[in-house]
Write a protein that binds this ligand. Structure first.
Ligand SMILES: Nc1nc2c(c(=O)[nH]1)N[C@H]1C(S)=C(S)[C@@H](COP(=O)(O)O)O[C@H]1N2
Ligand SMILES: [Mo]
Length: 230
């Protein structure tokens, strides 16, 4: 558990917003999305640049729950466990020795800002999963962060090429306030599905909801369907 505690006001404010906006679609449909042809990163799906209800920001806002963990590289570990044949714990050296990839994708926060064309570098989630040897029962994923955060995904959603555990962004080491030394990114989902300061990956045989999923955020979280709150 983190030493200090979450900022309850941040959480209350976001929960209020989730309640107010529940079931509220801002009018977009998949057909609208196809009306304008776009191009770009895989998570743009050849669609217009921005999913409905999003606005582009030039900067990269910081969102957290009032805790910004400091994890020196020499103390960093990532644990992979659950419904796997070979649970393991990576050190930083192990992690950076795994096959590395670069990918460009857009980053969509459910609070409506999007940061486009981010160049990420890290290890594919799929590579981490393959190393563990998933049992057929591994159908769900639950991820924790060093600040005590958690989030969840279906296994299938984690296996896309662009789901990464990243350590570099736009050519610089991932800044601590953005989850450095390493965070997960889930470009086809709203950004809360990617844990900053990633600590553990659990493969599960049943769904376990994460921090925001328990507090009114959509479990599926698809930006192109304006799928924000449940
Ligand atoms: N560990 C952890 N991961 C987290 C969060 C958090 O509070 N703690 N916030 C989520 C939310 S709501 C968003 S929008 C993104 C924000 O990432 P950023 O601060 O780098 O923009 O991280 C997600 N991952
Ligand atoms: Mo967010």
């Amino acid at each position: 558990m983190p030493e200090n505690s979450f900022n309850e006001n941040i959480i209350k404010g976001k929960m209020r917003r989730a309640r107010e906006k529940r079931g509220l679609l801002s009018g977009g449909t998949p057909a609208d999305m196809h009306a304008v042809q776009g191009s770009g990163p895989a998570n743009r799906h050849g669609m217009p640049k921005l999913p409905v209800g999003q606005r582009e920001v030039p900067n990269w806002p910081v969102l957290d729950l009032g805790i910004v963990p400091n994890i020196p590289i020499d103390q960093w570990t990532l644990k992979v466990e659950g419904e796997v044949k070979h649970p393991y714990t990576l050190t930083w050296k192990d992690f950076t020795a795994m096959p590395q990839v670069k990918d460009t994708s857009d980053f969509h926060c459910v609070t409506s800002w999007s940061r486009m064309d981010n160049e990420w570098e890290g290890v594919r989630f799929r590579t981490l999963a393959e190393k563990a040897g998933l049992k057929p029962s591994a159908q769900y994923v639950y991820i924790t962060g060093h600040d005590g955060y958690s989030t969840n995904l279906k296994l299938q959603e984690c296996l896309d090429d662009d789901v990464l555990v990243v350590h570099h962004w736009n050519g610089i080491p991932l800044p601590r306030e953005h989850g450095g030394p390493a965070r997960m990114i889930t470009p086809r989902k709203y950004a809360w599905k990617g844990s900053k300061w990633i600590k553990e990956i659990f493969f599960l045989d049943r769904e376990q909801l994460g921090f925001w999923e328990l507090r009114g955020y959509s479990n599926s979280a698809e930006p192109w369907f304006d799928d924000r709150y449940s």
